[in-house]
Design a protein around this ligand. Structure first.
Ligand SMILES: [Zn+2]
Length: 232
């Protein structure tokens, strides 16, 4: 991990440098590496958690703020991976594939190029009638896609179409018909089992990330203990 060590040394020696400057210098000193400002940032973040004081914080970075920033970075990164996995797994169910043309047919022919929730015709987006997450168990299936205007899309949030259209039975019926026609059968029936499996996958992703984060931290600490030498 020559790159990691160099990043930390440069960060320590040139505390006014930006991650971009550090990345540029690393690439100059170690030709062939693909160090980016983002990778500099994550190396610094790992080091901060592994070796307290390894890179000196700025004056305004109180320890509390640093801890908070590191915690947020960590939970965000792993949370994204966990949610990404759930979305990916739900997206694979049924191995259903469709094309842009299929989607346009749904939008234009079935919903008349209007929002499925309010009838607005302006700036339509592709919307999942049943959200793709562990609670709602929607899938990326043509039958779960409807056109929606920006406002309905954001108002709807994490609700499914039936909740969102509770007082508009006609619009709900149109979506039900679209689902049936596309042979999309929502996962509700086996919801408990499906959720249990997804929760297990979700947890395992976090455990996996923790395991590798620990391995990287250990590696980082070992390298810091080695006497410095210049390999050519
Ligand atoms: Zn709308």
């Amino acid at each position: 991990m020559k790159v990691g060590k160099l990043v930390l040394r440069l960060a320590n020696e040139h505390q006014d440098w930006t991650n971009q400057q550090i990345a540029d210098e690393v690439r100059r000193q170690i030709p062939g590496t693909k160090t980016t400002p983002a990778s500099v940032s994550s190396i610094k973040s790992v080091a901060k958690r592994a070796v307290p004081g390894a890179s000196k914080p700025n004056a305004e970075d109180t320890p509390k703020r640093l801890r908070k920033a590191a915690a947020r970075y960590k939970s965000m990164a792993i949370g994204n991976a966990q949610n990404g996995l759930v979305r990916n797994l739900l997206g694979r169910l049924g191995e259903h594939s469709f094309t842009q043309v299929d989607w346009e047919r749904v939008r234009d022919d079935i919903f008349g190029n209007r929002c499925a929730y309010c009838g607005e015709a302006d700036r339509l987006e592709m919307e999942h009638a049943i959200p793709i997450n562990m609670e709602k168990l929607g899938e990326h299936h043509l039958g779960n896609l409807v056109p929606a205007c920006k406002r309905c899309n954001s108002d709807k949030g994490n609700k499914d179409y039936a909740e969102f259209l509770a007082d508009q039975p006609e619009r709900k019926k149109a979506i039900d018909a679209h689902m049936a026609r596309s042979r999309y059968r929502p996962l509700r029936r086996n919801g408990l089992l499906v959720r249990a499996l997804l929760r297990a996958a979700h947890e395992e992703t976090r455990a996996l990330a923790e395991r590798y984060a620990n391995l990287l931290r250990e590696l980082d600490e070992q390298i810091d203990r080695e006497p410095s030498r210049t390999d050519s």
